[in-house]
Design a protein around this ligand. Structure first.
Ligand code: HEC
Ligand code: HEC
Ligand code: HEC
Ligand code: HEC
Ligand code: HEC
Length: 187
């Protein structure tokens, strides 16, 4: 005990610095990912397994801004009503949907993915680059409830960027150069 006390008295400041540094790196690179598996309940149980899987509706039919903007967006009730003004009217959830539509009250979907404001992500750039939704979101078409399928932390972003920078820089792709610098995502 005494020996420990002496070490702390002598090197306390240094030790604190070391622990803080380790903690910071650990946090940044998400050794213990805090987002993977997050799957909040929704106001009504909307199932991607039914819509994107069994019925086979294209992701872009509902997330129609995904190729054009930073945000994929979540569809409003107009999109739902294209089908549900006719389909499944016996279901209490669909009756709730129709009542909300008639009253002009949007459904408040809970966000599943939500990066902090200081980190910028653009769907447009990644979709144009040829990535499938599933690369980052996993097999959404099998999910009754959406869950965060990847780590969704900085280490996850940077690892993929590093891989592409290394693969594509020798080929002279100017877009690949620089996507690992801090300013790509933080501005
Ligand atoms: C019929 C419309 C519809 C289709 C088709 C659809 N989605 Fe969705 N999607 C929604 C709705 C509504 C939500 C919000 C409710 C929820 O999270 O389940 C949502 C949520 C999501 C989320 C989570 C959003 C957040 O809050 O982070 C992702 C990711 C997603 N969809 C991806 C996809 C992918 C990938 C496909 C194709 C395989 C797809 N969706 C097909 C309607 C649709
Ligand atoms: C392209 C057509 C289409 C669109 C658009 C669509 N759905 Fe559906 N939905 C279906 C079909 C088909 C079923 C399966 C119906 C069945 O099993 O009887 C279904 C089933 C459902 C169910 C389950 C109903 C039950 O049986 O209890 C819910 C809830 C639902 N949809 C919500 C939504 C919401 C919310 C939206 C908009 C974000 C939406 N749907 C958009 C076609 C669609
Ligand atoms: C390179 C990885 C990547 C790919 C590919 C990708 N997404 Fe995303 N998606 C993300 C990230 C990161 C977020 C969180 C963005 C935020 O919080 O600002 C997100 C969020 C979402 C959301 C929540 C609403 C929003 O716009 O923030 C939806 C819906 C979604 N994605 C659908 C899709 C669909 C549909 C596709 C395929 C057409 C797709 N994503 C492809 C990484 C990706
Ligand atoms: C699966 C691989 C992959 C993942 C995961 C990924 N990216 Fe990318 N990202 C790329 C590639 C490749 C490019 C270069 C696109 C091009 O050629 O223009 C890129 C480009 C970008 C750009 C520059 C876009 C522009 O407008 O030029 C930003 C910003 C970005 N990514 C942010 C992120 C963030 C934030 C995350 C994590 C939430 C992330 N990325 C996850 C592969 C990925
Ligand atoms: C490819 C995109 C990308 C690049 C490049 C990147 N970051 Fe990040 N960074 C992120 C994302 C996404 C988050 C949010 C992660 C989370 O919440 O887990 C983040 C989080 C952070 C945080 C934590 C802030 C907080 O409290 O949420 C700091 C600090 C940070 N980044 C600094 C840097 C520095 C310094 C660099 C350059 C060496 C850098 N980042 C490069 C995407 C990136």
């Amino acid at each position: 005990m005494n020996a420990l006390k002496r070490i702390i008295q002598k090197h306390g400041g240094k030790l604190t610095l070391i622990f803080l540094t380790i903690g910071f790196i650990y946090y940044l690179y998400g050794v213990n990912p805090k987002y993977q598996g997050y799957a909040p309940d929704q106001p009504i149980p909307f199932s991607h397994k039914i819509h994107a899987g069994e019925v086979g509706i294209d992701c872009r039919f509902c997330h129609y801004s995904v190729e054009k903007s930073e945000h994929a967006g979540v569809p409003d009730l107009n999109t739902c009503m294209k089908c549900h003004s006719q389909i499944a009217g016996d279901s209490p959830d669909i009756q709730f949907l129709r009542k909300s539509f008639e009253a002009g009250i949007p459904i408040r979907w809970n966000k599943v993915h939500d990066l902090p404001d200081h980190a910028h992500f653009s769907h447009k750039a990644h979709i144009a680059r040829g990535f499938d939704c599933q690369t980052c979101h996993g097999p959404i078409e099998d999910m009754d409830k959406v869950e965060v399928a990847s780590e969704f932390n900085m280490g996850w972003c940077v690892n993929c960027h590093r891989q592409y920078t290394e693969e594509e820089k020798p080929a002279g792709n100017n877009n690949a150069i620089g996507i690992t610098t801090c300013g790509t995502c933080h501005y």
